[in-house]
Design a protein around this ligand. Structure first.
Ligand code: AMP
Ligand code: MN
Ligand code: MN
Ligand code: MN
Length: 284
């Protein structure tokens, strides 16, 4: 398959911090012309069988997916896994461990928001949570919009939920090597998600890419809803420099919040190896 394919290999359902069911996402992806789809819920693969069945019902090809939170050089980085066995026990255990600290972190976030006068954030965020193991900053953001603290979720992140802001609680996620090995030993391909989103120095970014390669990582998101057109070019160069395949995905979460809809991004630059070429035998 060539790079001219409407593949959307990054989005979220209510199994993590999206608002749509896997079935509604599949219908939306298909209506937007997606040919190859992956649902990549944060730290969770509980929606994979539903998503694969929904893709089949819509006549789309499917790759299993997830987006694993890791800590690298003091920052949270996301590693997308594609095409792994969704029933792999080591992967399931690893992800369960990763989800583990979220409840405690959420209570600490709520306490720190209370100190700046925002009461009841834990209970408020919980109303938006479908998967009790996956309370995320996104759910807090939705509650703070509901409570009238901010007009939109982006503003909540900017003012409250990012490093140095009153509702931010640092958290230690999985390691890079764990995330890559869970994915690869389950037959999948690991992909660095939205690399332009991190605030690494050039040396730290180089270290991320080279350590990722050393651990067996094979892909990087080039065309994503989180990148500008200039960043497509920059990370296409990085893909070439590090010998990584390129991925494409909207990172769609919610019709009201996401600026990029499923299947609407530009195609991958032609001269790159698309990640789906490495996964031809894993496509369902
Ligand atoms: P968590 O895994 O709980 O730390 O939450 C991370 C999620 O918050 C990401 O996957 C995004 O969905 C969302 N997020 C992070 N930064 C922003 C932002 N600046 N604006 C909107 N959503 C964001
Ligand atoms: Mn998210
Ligand atoms: Mn992400
Ligand atoms: Mn995502």
């Amino acid at each position: 398959m060539s790079s001219i394919l409407n593949a959307d290999l990054h989005c979220h359902s209510l199994v993590s911090d999206g608002t749509l069911t896997p079935e509604a996402l599949a219908a939306r992806a298909s209506a937007n012309g997606v040919e190859l789809w992956a649902l990549t819920d944060h730290d969770e693969i509980g929606g994979q069988h539903r998503a694969a069945a929904a893709a089949r019902a819509q006549g789309m090809k499917y790759l299993t997916g997830t987006e694993i939170s890791i800590t690298f050089a003091g920052q949270t980085v996301h590693i997308v896994g594609l095409g792994f066995d969704a029933d792999d026990p080591r992967m399931q255990q690893g992800l369960q461990q990763t989800r583990g600290g979220r409840g405690q972190r959420a209570m600490e976030m709520s306490d720190s928001l209370a100190r700046v006068g925002i009461k009841g954030a834990y209970e408020g965020a919980l109303k938006y949570v479908s998967n009790p193991e996956l309370i995320s900053r996104t759910h807090f953001a939705r509650f703070l919009v509901e409570a009238g603290v901010c007009r939109e979720t982006n503003e909540v992140f900017r003012k409250y939920l990012t490093e140095g802001k009153p509702g931010f609680v640092p958290h230690r996620w999985a390691s890079l090597s764990d995330a890559v090995s869970w994915i690869t030993q389950a037959g999948g391909v690991a992909v660095i998600a939205h690399p332009a989103r991190y605030s690494f120095s050039a040396n730290e970014e180089y270290a991320l890419f080279s350590e990722f390669k050393t651990h067996g990582g094979q892909g990087v998101e080039v065309v994503t809803g989180s990148h500008t057109a200039a960043e497509y070019v920059r990370y296409a160069e990085m893909a070439r420099e590090f010998g990584l395949a390129a991925s494409r995905g909207s990172d769609f979460h919610c019709p009201e919040e996401s600026r990029t809809d499923l299947g609407t991004l530009p195609f991958l630059p032609g001269e790159l190896t698309p990640v789906w070429e490495l996964l031809a035998d894993r496509i369902q």
